[in-house]
Design a protein around this ligand. Structure first.
Ligand code: DC
Length: 222
């Protein structure tokens, strides 16, 4: 190995497999794992709970600033926000429907990005999101950009939702997935796009283990 890979950024659109792949990759390498999407979801949860309008960027930023988030456990699916341990509630439809708008707010991004950089400073971390390679950790040792067809991504989300007991039509999930892609890619602040030096991988037809193995091959070749 030419240089040690310690910080790995994984970005990509909704349901490209980032979460499952990132978590498994971190486990395999013995690294810590941070899903930054859960942080934007937690601020959205706090906004809805406190009646803060999701268009009010200043108040959202204040909410994020006064409620630094704590990470709970190793799986990256829980977060501590204002004394609440949040997990499954962050996957509810009300959060899915509002998180893209909340995450457009620059004051929120500024605050969460600072927290994410602080976490990464310890090294040996896999961080997943939309802007990790482009904005949060531009010096990451390895930047992976995962994609998959919209149909496969919608199918994956639909299955996850059904497993959680959420009854929803596949076509509805597909149109919501495309709508979130549009919002995430077209926002002014830190739009979703691959970093110039990212390694892109289409996960269509690959299972989690195969994707993880391909990333580990990349780690080994650095
Ligand atoms: O990955 P996810 O679906 O849990 O992300 C939820 C939302 O948060 C998504 O619509 C985009 C936003 N997000 C972001 O803007 N930047 C990140 N680093 C992570 C997520």
């Amino acid at each position: 190995m030419a240089r040690e890979v310690s910080v790995i950024a994984i970005d990509g659109p909704v349901a490209a497999g980032k979460t499952a792949v990132g978590r498994e990759l971190a486990r395999t390498l013995g690294f810590s794992y941070l899903d930054t999407g859960i942080m934007y979801r937690a601020i959205t949860w706090l906004a809805l709970k406190n009646g803060v309008p999701v268009e009010d960027e200043t108040s959202l930023g204040e909410l994020a600033r006064t409620n630094p988030l704590g990470l709970v456990g190793d799986d990256g699916d829980q977060v501590l926000a204002a004394g609440h341990t949040l997990g499954p509630e962050l996957r509810e439809l009300s959060i899915d429907g509002n998180v893209s708008v909340v995450s457009k707010a620059t004051p929120v991004r500024r605050e969460l990005v600072a927290q994410q950089r602080q976490t990464a400073a310890k090294g040996k971390i896999v961080m997943i999101g939309r802007d990790i390679g482009t904005v949060v950790l531009p010096d990451a040792d390895l930047k992976v950009y995962l994609t998959a067809s919209a149909e496969n991504r919608a199918q994956r989300r639909w299955q996850e939702m059904r497993e959680r007991g959420q009854a929803v039509e596949l076509m509805t999930v597909l149109s919501e997935t495309l709508a979130r892609d549009r919002t995430d890619s077209s926002r002014e602040d830190s739009p979703l796009r691959p970093a110039q030096d990212a390694w892109e991988l289409n996960t269509d037809g690959l299972d989690i283990e195969q994707v993880v193995q391909k990333i580990i091959d990349q780690v080994s070749s650095r």
